[in-house]
Each structure stands twice: as structure tokens, then as C-alpha cells.
Design a protein around this ligand. Structure first.
Ligand SMILES: *Cc1c(COP(=O)(O)O)cnc(C)c1O
Length: 237
């Protein structure tokens, strides 16, 4: 068995163990395989092992990979998620080629994605990225601004607001990991109480997926635990 296939099994087991610990149904958490910096052959291998959803951070790398993988596996019906920072001059290829975007943090970006989403495609699924740890340098909308942005996004055509996403400040402290994810979950619950119909909490990566699942993650975004360590090209990271 290949390394990627073995790693996918190990991650699936970790998700299974965490959902059991949290007394949540196993199918309440989906795995997003984060394939940034890895070639199409790695995605194809993961897809052949049954993985369906893939996450990409860089627009050009992502759309090239989507074209290559879809040509190699035309019947695989893979799902492509954009999870990187979005520059306003790069919204069109995202709107045209991806199924999900996890990193909407500004009204202007949401408006451009809505305008540029082809009418022939399903609405683009959107999560709002929240700056949950409050670090000055981190991306994401401030927690106090989430409801206002949610109202705008929910009203835009060709976008479907699904929920919230965060990348908390990395920490090895399990209680601190849980606290950050619990804060995102509380914001999510507030939005639901206000009447937004949401189903997605995108939180948890290779190093903190157990804490994220215990706090209610519905999508975990896992890269290195599946594909191995990343080596960035110059100008990419
Ligand atoms: C790279 C990346 C991941 C995956 O990180 P790993 O630590 O490799 O699991 C998840 N989410 C986002 C937004 C990323 O950029």
C-alpha cells in the first residue's frame, strides 16, 4: 500500500477516534485533503484511495491541478476547496473553478465572487474566515464583524453561505486549542440563533484535529499528515 493511502487510513482512524470520544456520528466530520505544493499525481493517488475533497491555497497551482486531475479521472466527481488568502484580482478563476471557498473575509471579495460565478454552475459554497485568535497579522474577519459580513454574503446571488472557518494561533496546549475552536463554535451558534442556516465549521488541521472535532468541526483540513512535509517554491509561501 502506498504512503498516501496508508496516511489517509491513519487520518480516518484519528477522525473516527475523535468523533467517538466526542460522541458524535462518524459521518458528521468530512476530511478535506490539503494538497497545496503537491503535484497532481499525489491527488490522483489519494482520489484512487477514495478521497473526494481537496483543498488548494494558490490560485494558479490550484486551477492547473484541477485541470490535470479532472482529465486523468473524469468520472471521479472530486470537490475542490479554495482555502488560501484571496486577492481581489484573483477572484475570477476561483469563482470559475472551485466548488467551495473557505477564506472570505471581506464584502468586496464576496461581491466579486458572486458576480463572477458562472450562471451554469451551482452556487459557490462559502465559509467566512474568522480571526479567532485576534493576532494582528492573521487574516480573517474580526469576531464582532462576522454577523454583518454573513448578512451580506447570505444576500448575494450565486453564493451559498455554509459556515465559518478559522486557523487559530498554533499551540501544542490541548486546552488552548480547544478554547480557540470553542470560540469559533460559539460564534457559529450565535449566527444560527439569528436565523442563518449553516452546516459547516471548517476547523482543525494535522496537528489539532482532535481538539477541533471535540469542539464541533464538520470539516477538518489536513495536509501534511496525508501528503508529508511541504517544500515551498520560491515566491509561493
Ligand atoms: C496548509 C493548510 C492546512 C493543512 O495544514 P497541515 O498542518 O499540513 O495539516 C489547513 N488549512 C489551511 C488554511 C492551510 O493553509
Amino acid at each position: 500500500m502506498s504512503t498516501i493511502t496508508e496516511n489517509l487510513q491513519a487520518v480516518a482512524e484519528a477522525i473516527g477516534a475523535a468523533t467517538a470520544e466526542a460522541r458524535r456520528p462518524r459521518d458528521s466530520v468530512r476530511l478535506l485533503a490539503v494538497s497545496k505544493t503537491f503535484g497532481p499525481e499525489a491527488v490522483i493517488e489519494a482520489a484512487r484511495a477514495g478521497q473526494r475533497a481537496f483543498g488548494e491555497n494558490y490560485v494558479q497551482e490550484g486551477i492547473d491541478k484541477i485541470a490535470t486531475v479532472n482529465a486523468a479521472l473524469p468520472d471521479a466527481s472530486l470537490e475542490w476547496h479554495f482555502i488560501g488568502p484571496i486577492q481581489s484580482n484573483k477572484t475570477r478563476p476561483i469563482a470559475e473553478h472551485f466548488d467551495w471557498v473557505h477564506t472570505v473575509e471581506r464584502e468586496k471579495i464576496a461581491q466579486r465572487l458572486a458576480e463572477q460565478r458562472p450562471a451554469a454552475r451551482e452556487p459557490l459554497n462559502v465559509c467566512l474566515q474568522v480571526n479567532i485568535s485576534g493576532e494582528a497579522s492573521k487574516s480573517g474577519v474580526a469576531p464582532g464583524q462576522v454577523a454583518a459580513l454573513a448578512r451580506v454574503v447570505a444576500g448575494l446571488p450565486q453564493l451559498r453561505l455554509r459556515g465559518l472557518m478559522a486557523i487559530p494561533e498554533p499551540t501544542e496546549d490541548f486546552a488552548a486549542q480547544r478554547a480557540a475552536f470553542a470560540a469559533l463554535r460559539a460564534l457559529y451558534d450565535e449566527l444560527c440563533a439569528q436565523g442563518f442556516v449553516l452546516d459547516t465549521l471548517s476547523m482543525g488541521m494535522s496537528a489539532d484535529l482532535r481538539a477541533a472535532i471535540i469542539e464541533g468541526a464538520t470539516i477538518v483540513r489536513v495536509g501534511s499528515a496525508i501528503f508529508g512535509a511541504r517544500h515551498y517554491n520560491k515566491g509561493q509561501a
